[in-house]
Design a protein around this ligand. Structure first.
Ligand code: GLA
Length: 375
């Protein structure tokens, strides 16, 4: 059963009758530009085929009634929004709050997803953007994808208390099919770049789930802010690799390495987007490898499982580049592979990773999907 079918079946059993429409919001994978978004920097993500679906039917009142595969039912009143216990429904409620409940109508919705949860593929941002899309459609409001992404980020930052950047929400709301998008996280300029047909994107799920990622993420973010303050700039985005020598004199060694990752990663990301545009896959792959090393050694957000996966993947035939993706500490790596070699690559990477760590990983070959939609 697809996630769309699961949402429909759940809708019929919980609410009776049929939904008015479906909304879909994809997960995302970031090809390069990691831990740069909250430094006003550059990222190059794409949306993936795995998506969150909601079967939606509008209501005449201001109640929102929710059902989700594998979770208890939930609901709330748009006229009295307050933070409740930590459940999936808080993302829905937080989204109502962030987009401005005054302009919204109530609805009932059944949720289903095939995005692996907690794997670094942005299942929570997909939930927020799917919800924003549902509220917008049901309330006859105009859809503004960038505005929705900004609101969804506020759900994370202010409702859920997670200090993440805007990459996930923005790509999920705006992605173009068959393109990765270079995003300037300061101006929010979007530059979609076609992914060549002869390359496949493979997501490699180590099966490990991040622990304590919130505090480690926060710690990295603070180190970046310290470094920017020491350099006298608003954000690390404003430093170039040439400025690093000066910075090293004014911060401690760890803070310096954190900053070096961000500053060099911004440069790599811009170069990677240009390489993709120019059809220079080899260069793109080299930049992915450098990104992984920098995340591992300077930013220290990789993990043993991710390092093993990237090592195994990089050594295989047809692999152009591989790196950890997302916040890190577990979850997924991403590899770019020659299309013709993809099926063999998936078999080999799965076998070899399993042999090395005694756990069979999941591997998904994915197209770059389109951003959130009403279906
Ligand atoms: C998480 C956050 C993003 C971004 C990445 C790291 O996915 O939600 O905003 O910071 O980590 O690049």
């Amino acid at each position: 059963m697809t996630a769309r079918e699961a949402a429909l079946a759940l809708f019929r059993s919980r609410f009776g009758g049929d939904p008015d429409f479906f909304v879909r919001a994809p997960g995302r994978v970031n090809l390069i530009g990691e831990h740069t978004d909250y430094n006003d920097g550059f990222v190059l993500p794409m949306a993936i085929e795995q998506s969150t679906w909601i079967a939606v039917r509008g209501r005449e009142d201001r109640l929102v009634r929710l059902a989700s595969v594998g979770h208890p039912d939930a609901g709330f009143d748009l006229d009295s929004l307050s933070r409740g216990a930590d459940t999936w429904a808080e993302y829905v409620k937080g989204t109502a709050w962030a987009v401005g409940a005054g302009s919204l109508r109530g609805w009932e919705g059944a949720f289903a997803t095939d995005i692996p949860i907690g794997a670094g593929l942005s299942s929570s941002a997909a939930l927020e953007i799917a919800t924003a899309r549902a509220f917008c459609a049901v309330s006859d409001n105009e859809w503004d994808a960038v505005k929705a992404a900004r609101s969804a980020r506020r759900v994370e930052n202010e409702w859920m208390g997670v200090g993440s950047g805007i990459m996930d929400q923005l790509i999920i709301a705006t992605a173009e099919a068959d393109h990765a998008t270079l995003i300037d996280c300061r101006s929010l300029d979007l530059s979609p770049t076609p992914l060549p047909d002869d390359l496949a994107v493979v997501i490699l799920d180590t099966g490990t789930r991040r622990r304590l990622v919130g505090s480690a993420y926060d710690d990295r973010r603070k180190a970046c802010e310290r470094a920017a303050a020491a350099a006298g700039v608003p954000a690390l985005r404003d430093l170039s690799p040439d400025d690093l020598a000066t910075l090293s004199a004014s911060v401690d060694a760890v803070t310096y390495r954190r900053a070096r990752h961000v500053v060099t990663e911004n440069a790599r990301t811009i170069e990677a987007a240009a390489a993709l545009e120019a059809g220079d896959a080899e260069r793109f792959g080299t930049l992915m490898a450098e990104s992984h090393r920098s995340l591992r050694d300077d930013f220290e957000v990789s993990s043993e499982a991710l390092d093993v996966m990237v090592d195994v993947a990089s050594g295989l035939d047809g692999c152009i580049g591989a790196r950890m993706t997302g916040a890190g500490f577990g979850g997924c790596a991403v590899a770019i592979v020659r299309e013709g070699a993809a099926a063999r690559f998936v078999e080999e990477v799965t076998d070899r990773y399993a042999a090395a760590v005694d756990h069979r990983p999941a591997a998904y070959v994915t197209r770059a999907a389109a951003g959130a939609s009403v279906d």
